[in-house]
Design a protein around this ligand. Structure first.
Ligand code: GAP
Length: 437
């Protein structure tokens, strides 16, 4: 894992937050390449939900909501809490479920009795910091969807079954944030809530679980690194009638990356009760009035980002090239799906001391950069520049060489096969569009 963390920092994917002040526990900033890759992930998910499936619409609700939302949802009560123990000697706190022994893992001291610790992040709204101005940063994005159920239903004239999807930040006061992007206090979720008749909930649960597994593989996660875990009743989230975790084989073990939940009528009935607004659905055909059941798919952008990096990361001892002697160096290759890769094309003049070559390469870069995220690089040997691009997962390198000046062609190197192809400059844009579509 350290190698991936180090690559992320070195190549501008992810930086520790507030690093010049010593960092800020479990918060991370996405660098220039990280933000491109994260946006690519979010776009693929959004397109999957809103274009590849029917009857799913989007929403972007606010992070701050009435505190009554969190009372109704059950997040302010014991259900949304970690069970903690404290060391009587060093006073460090630990999640009880993560301890192997009944002793402090840091100093071996005795531990207190377990206590519940709520995960909601509190803040104050307005100038006065008193009980009346307490608000919470949302702990899951989906509550914004439930409280807008009627608004969306009526404004879009939807009929059940339908879905509402949303991408946004969520916050949890995690006791033991750890493992880089795996458990953070500020993270991003991509959630889809599928509203259906209670009788069809089981069928849709299977459908969505299957869809999600297929999608995760379609964007590059290896099948053998994914598995599902049926969560037993006593370990389920407080709202879940059924819960299946999709787990990924991270370097530190199998861990959840996505949850598929049958939330039943937990959310809509509780919001109805607490708000006084009737959130039942009326079926005009059958004249039935009922609370729809909700099948939820919920995935963390950051966890998925991390899993995609782990899956794509490869080290090649002695280097990749077969035409020259193996070097002593270990070369890194990120085999990211081309849709996920942050940089799509690199433009490289073969040498930088030939002004005509450099000028041509810059012209080509200007043509491509309007269409794709591109890098221009003229520093170091061509081999070293290819390696730099392999390390960040760039699918294609365009090399401008001496022949370019004679015949207006360039060499295109494929990241995965290292095969090279000569293409006319006038055809380059169409070639890239086809390859990167
Ligand atoms: N609305 C349902 C819900 O929030 P969850 O299992 O608590 O369910 C869903 O969270 C997903 O959000 C997880 O599978 C994970 O990918 C991501 N997630 C949850 N807590 C996280 C954290 N502390 N850091 C990063 N991602 C997190």
């Amino acid at each position: 894992m350290e190698k991936i963390v180090s690559l992320c920092k070195r190549r501008g994917f992810v930086f520790p937050s507030s690093e010049i002040y010593g960092g800020f526990s479990s918060c991370y900033d996405y660098g220039p390449l990280g933000v491109e890759m994260k946006n690519n992930i979010k776009k693929l998910w959004w397109d999957e939900m809103t274009k590849n499936h029917e009857n799913i619409v989007g929403l972007d609700a606010s992070i701050l909501m009435s505190p009554k939302v969190w009372q109704a949802s059950g997040h302010l009560s014991a259900g949304f809490a970690d069970v903690l123990v404290e060391c009587k000697s060093c006073h460090k706190r630990f999640r009880e479920d993560e301890l192997k022994e009944k002793k402090c893992p840091e100093c071996g001291g005795n531990l207190t009795e377990p206590r519940k610790f709520n995960l909601m992040m509190k803040t104050f709204v307005g100038p006065v910091e008193d009980e009346a101005s307490i608000a919470y940063l949302r702990a899951e994005t989906c509550q914004g969807i439930y409280v807008n159920f009627k608004n969306v239903l009526n404004s879009m004239r939807l009929k059940i079954p339908f879905g509402i999807c949303q991408i946004g930040k969520a916050f949890r006061n995690e006791i033991t944030p750890r493992d880089f992007l795996y458990r953070m206090r500020e993270f991003e979720q991509m959630e889809m809530q599928w509203f259906c008749h209670p009788k069809s909930a089981d069928k849709f649960f299977e459908f969505w679980l299957n869809e999600r597994l297929k999608w995760l593989q379609s964007i590059g996660l290896k099948k053998e690194n994914l598995r599902i875990h049926e969560v037993p009743e006593k370990e389920r989230a407080h709202y879940a009638r059924r819960q299946v975790d999709i787990e990924y084989k991270f370097p530190f073990g199998w861990k959840e990356i996505e949850g598929v939940h049958n939330r039943g009528d937990w959310d809509l009935s509780n919001h109805s009760k607490h708000s006084g607004e009737d959130l039942k659905y009326f079926d005009e055909k059958t004249k039935e009035r009922y609370f729809p059941f909700i099948i939820e798919t919920s995935i963390g952008v950051d966890r998925l980002f991390f899993a995609l990096l782990c899956d794509a990361y490869e080290e090649i001892k002695g280097g990749r090239t077969k035409t020259t002697k193996p070097t002593k160096e270990v070369e890194i290759l990120l085999r990211l799906d081309k849709r996920i890769a942050p940089v799509k094309v690199a433009v490289l003049p073969l040498v930088r001391n030939k002004p005509e070559l450099v000028q041509k390469a810059k012209e080509i870069y200007q043509i491509l950069k309007v269409h794709f995220v591109c890098q221009y690089d003229e520093t170091g040997s061509i081999g070293r520049r290819y390696r730099r691009q392999d390390e960040i997962g760039t699918p294609f390198c365009v090399t401008v060489d001496f022949d370019t000046l004679k015949d207006e062609t360039v060499t295109i190197r494929d990241r995965d096969t290292m095969e090279q192809e000569r293409v006319k400059i006038e055809k380059l844009l169409d070639y890239m569009k086809e390859k990167l579509s």
